[in-house]
Design a protein around this ligand. Structure first.
Ligand code: GLC
Length: 554
């Protein structure tokens, strides 16, 4: 069998292109800065489309680029149907979509339906309106408890620390409003018809502009039980009940919303795709991914486990089984804009408290960079061989580490302030990308960058890795090239072996992935070696390495 025979048909004509796509997440403010104001922008994305095409991704997902005061890095949206003037214009957006489509790349945008920015027209109108008014009813306003209403209406807490309620100063009733995230992110009331209709308008707006799909932020929080008295929410995201009875998260009614969105998605040809960010229990997560709803839901299970064969095997088996139950395809994630980069996670001792490690400036415990990168490359290669969609986060193809020693005065994540400086937050994975090995912001722009880049970024830059044999960038390029050729039905068969530290599976058509999670080399299984995450020595499979094999030569 030759590679050519295995090449898939033109993906742009295929309504199921997303099922096994490789999606590259762009954090726009940190990707490429075309006008050197220190902030990445839409034209910057367009200017790097050649890089993305050469990398071989099927789609890009852009984190929010909408007008925003950046209280939460753009996840505080002031206008859902526009581009932040600092990042460009709608014309720039259209040009970016056209360039992506010309390059055979789909475009996914982020929709943030749980909350708006406090600068959104609706919230400003609500502030200027009476308690009980229609304008306030788009959000969740309540009188406080206690004799003078000085206590919050419920004990609900913000994901970023502190109470999820803020009291309005100078308001006639000094009402409180709900914000499950920062106080600048008031929660919308999804029982309100106007709110529901407006988001249907928004998904049509972007679909009409040629957007291929949507990533749905905090998809599990929209439906809330707001009946009085407000009940305690048992937890933030973990340990949620399995019967949908928490007042805030993963309630059954939320699915009505996505069934309605699906009708809109399916009115386009090809139908628009969607993926839920739903921190629901594994048993219920796949409900969001039903074909009658969003189609996919992120599983973040690979993010929460250490580097070990048993843990990977369990997660893979569970997620594939879950996907099969609903007919969705599985998703895989090792890094994103909310979590410590996986090259760092895997280089820290098992069980490290990542928050405490960040607070130590990345010094305690010590990060073993060599090990971290070796394991990250092995894990990425394994992930890219799995059936389903792989979601990459910008910079992981360069093997970037978390920047754990950002100067405290540079930190922007609201978590830092809201926890009274007890948690640093997520800035360390959002540092602007290094494109060249010299210059003020290493080719990100020509001036400085909104978060400072560490010195090590020069050696990790695209320029430093481009064309260099065995660089992480070339590993990803080759992996994505081969993946396109070898990808076939969404099936995986485990291949048994003697070594407990080895995970070996085969995909239909004779593509095999073998990972040695152990610290000693093991015998190489038979087959033609097509790619390996570390150099092969003496024909054995090295420690902490993934190799791809086929039954036929290249
Ligand atoms: C999601 C986003 C995160 C954001 C939060 C609130 O979890 O990934 O970055 O802070 O939602 O919108």
């Amino acid at each position: 069998m030759t590679d050519q025979l295995l090449a898939p048909a033109d993906a742009s004509l295929d309504a199921t292109w997303w099922r096994q796509a490789c999606v590259y997440q762009i954090y726009p403010r940190s990707f490429a800065d075309s006008n050197s104001d220190g902030l990445g922008d839409i034209a910057g994305v367009t200017s790097r489309m050649g890089y993305l095409a050469a990398l071989g991704v099927d789609a890009i997902w852009l984190s929010p680029f909408y007008p925003s005061a950046l209280a939460d890095g753009g996840y505080d949206v002031a206008d859902y149907r526009n581009v932040d003037p600092q990042l460009g214009t709608l014309d720039d957006f259209d040009a970016m979509v056209a360039a992506a489509h010309n390059a055979g790349i789909k475009v996914i945008v982020d929709i943030v339906p749980n909350h708006t920015s406090d600068l959104h027209g609706w919230f400003q109108e609500a502030l200027a309106s009476e308690p009980g008014s229609a304008a306030r009813n788009r959000y969740i306003f309540r009188d406080g408890k206690g004799p003078d209403g000085a206590e919050p209406p419920a004990d609900w807490v913000s994901h970023f620390g502190g109470s999820a309620w803020t009291r309005l100063q100078g308001d006639p009733n000094e009402q409180w409003y709900l914000h499950l995230f920062a106080r600048e992110q008031p929660d919308l009331n999804w029982d309100n018809r106007e709110v529901r209709d407006d988001f249907l308008t928004t998904i049509r707006f972007w679909s009409d502009r040629g957007v291929d799909g949507f990533r749905v932020d905090v998809a599990h929080a929209l439906a809330k039980d707001l009946s009085e008295p407000l009940r305690s929410s048992v937890s933030l995201d973990s340990n949620l009940p399995l019967d949908g009875s928490d007042p805030l998260y993963d309630r059954d009614e939320v699915h009505e919303i996505y069934a309605q969105w699906r009708e809109v998605f399916n009115s386009y040809d090809p139908p628009r795709t969607a993926v839920a960010e739903a921190w629901a229990p594994a048993e219920r997560r796949m409900l969001y991914a039903r074909p009658t709803e969003l189609g996919q839901a992120f599983n973040f299970d690979l993010v929460t486990i250490g580097f070990g064969a048993d843990a990977f095997r369990t997660v893979i088996t569970t997620c594939l089984d879950e996907a099969e139950l609903t007919g969705a395809s599985s998703t895989w994630v090792l890094s994103n804009h909310d979590i410590v980069r996986h090259a760092s996670r895997f280089g820290l001792p098992a069980g490290t408290d990542l928050g405490a490690w960040l607070m130590s400036g990345g010094t305690s415990p010590t990060l073993d960079e060599e090990k971290g990168l070796r394991r990250a490359r092995a894990a990425s290669l394994l992930m890219l061989a799995l059936p389903g969609s792989a979601y990459l986060y910008q910079g992981e193809e360069l093997g970037l580490f978390e920047v754990a020693d950002l100067p405290l005065e540079a930190l922007q994540d609201p978590i830092w302030e809201r926890t009274g400086n007890e948690k640093k937050g997520r800035d360390g994975c959002r540092v602007p990308l290094p494109w060249s090995d010299s210059g003020d912001s290493l080719g990100f722009g020509t001036g400085s960058s909104w978060l400072p880049q560490p010195e090590s970024y020069a050696q990790a830059s695209v320029a430093a890795q481009d064309g260099r044999a065995n660089s992480t960038l070339e590993l990803y390029r080759e992996a994505l090239r081969l993946r396109r050729q070898l990808q076939s039905a969404e099936e995986l068969v485990w291949v048994g072996g003697e070594e407990p530290q080895v995970l070996h599976f085969a995909r239909p058509g004779g593509w095999q992935s073998v990972t040695n999670f152990g610290t000693k080399p093991v015998p190489m299984p038979p087959g033609v070696i097509r790619l390996s995450s570390s150099p092969i020595v003496d024909g054995t499979l090295p420690a902490e390495t993934t190799v791809w094999l086929t039954d036929w030569p290249a």
